[in-house]
Design a protein around this ligand. Structure first.
Ligand SMILES: [Zn+2]
Length: 93
């Protein structure tokens, strides 16, 4: 049975009822796909409604997760693209 994202009433990040302001959170994480890959593929990721504060508060956890694991994918097209994209960001700062 498909998920009706318009009928979701609970923030999956904190488990409490949704209330404004609400934002959308990509599932799985958007940032595990390099922009190059996202341009080549229609990923059609799910976007779950979440509290805006929850979305912002979990951002550092997502960043940590991705930056810890992306070097492990260096032998794949997706992993190489992600490594190149993140290395380029760090060098240009
Ligand atoms: Zn929440």
């Amino acid at each position: 049975m498909p998920i009706n994202l318009n009928k979701i009433e609970t923030c999956y990040l904190c488990g409490t009822p949704l209330s404004v302001p609400i934002s959308k959170d990509h599932v799985p994480l958007l940032q595990i796909y390099a922009k190059e890959i996202r341009k080549m593929q229609n990923l059609n990721l799910l976007k779950f409604p979440v509290h805006d504060d929850c979305n912002k508060n979990f951002q550092h956890d997502e960043d940590y997760f991705v930056h810890t694991l992306f070097p492990l994918g260096k032998n794949s097209k997706s992993g190489e693209s992600l490594l190149k994209e993140n290395f380029t960001k760090r060098v240009s700062r």
